[in-house]
Write a protein that binds this ligand. Structure first.
Ligand SMILES: Nc1ncnc2c1ncn2[C@@H]1O[C@H](COP(=O)(O)OP(=O)(O)OP(=O)(O)O)[C@@H](O)[C@H]1O
Length: 244
């Protein structure tokens, strides 16, 4: 049976005269990587912002956690486990891995003092549970590679309750080795039962890890396909409209 964790249907959103979304839909299953693809301006960012509660759709609905929402606020989306791992990552470079994982949700001793020992122990436990190997937890994140930083941002989202992770171009500006490390981490997170929705322009690369692909064209979801064996050229054809 399909285990749907989030479903969006008929989402519409206009900015003045620009129709960014005109029928965006999406179905996310537990423990899958869904690639969200489309040409520039197809509405991908607008769609994920609606899911994360950053934008209010003009029409359509989002179903998650057994309820239907016509609008979500950011705190509501977070409480429902929807977390965006932003491209700029919003990490504190001078703080170490453990401090970044618990940033804004630090464990306290006697309700007042920062419980550093617990912070490190919990971070290490979580990384081990997710099978993510990073340099020691005491290293400032400013010294990590792009892939490792992205992993820290994803782990932070999970530590703070994220179950559906939205990643916008996670491997953009990364070298080959770094991006393949990150793709590996994404697969591990999927194998631990997390759901990943990932915007990507790099079709051959995202097809290496995605389970399914949603194609947006001019604000409309035109395809939802299994990723296995999908030809990137065919995918590009659906994106541009050269193939219907
Ligand atoms: N805040 C905004 N104000 C006005 N127009 C906007 C705004 N946000 C998005 N748009 C427009 O909506 C359309 C869809 O934009 P969106 O950023 O969602 O597309 P995208 O698929 O993410 O594109 P890209 O791959 O280039 O990031 C575009 O025409 C864009 O210019």
């Amino acid at each position: 049976m399909e285990d749907i964790v989030l479903q969006a249907a008929g989402l519409e959103k206009s900015f003045g005269r620009v129709r960014a979304l005109a029928g965006g839909s999406l179905k996310l299953r537990r423990g899958e990587i869904m690639a969200l693809v489309g040409d520039n301006g197809a509405g991908k960012s607008t769609l994920i912002k609606c899911l994360a509660g950053v934008l209010t759709p003009d029409a359509g609905a989002i179903e998650t956690g057994g309820k239907r929402y016509e609008r979500l606020t950011v705190p509501q989306a977070r409480a429902l486990g929807v977390a965006v791992v932003y491209q700029d990552l919003a990490l504190a470079d001078h703080l170490d891995v453990a401090a970044n994982i618990w940033l804004g949700a630090e464990p306290l001793k006697w309700g007042v003092f920062l419980d550093r020992a617990r912070m490190v122990a919990d971070a290490e436990k979580l990384l081990a549970r997710l099978s993510i190997r990073l340099t020691a937890c005491g290293v400032p994140v400013g010294a990590l590679s792009g892939g490792q930083r992205q992993a820290v941002a994803a782990v932070r989202a999970i530590a703070q309750g994220g179950r559906i992770l939205i990643m916008d171009e996670p491997t953009a500006a990364m070298g080959l080795r770094e991006s393949s490390h990150l793709l590996e981490i994404m697969s591990q997170l999927r194998d631990r039962g997390l759901t990943l929705l990932c915007i990507s322009h790099n079709l051959p690369q995202i097809l290496q890890v995605a389970d399914r692909v949603t194609v947006l064209r001019r604000g409309v979801t035109v395809r939802e396909e299994p990723a296995r064996g999908l030809d990137p050229l065919k995918l590009a054809g659906w994106m541009s409209g050269a193939l219907s």
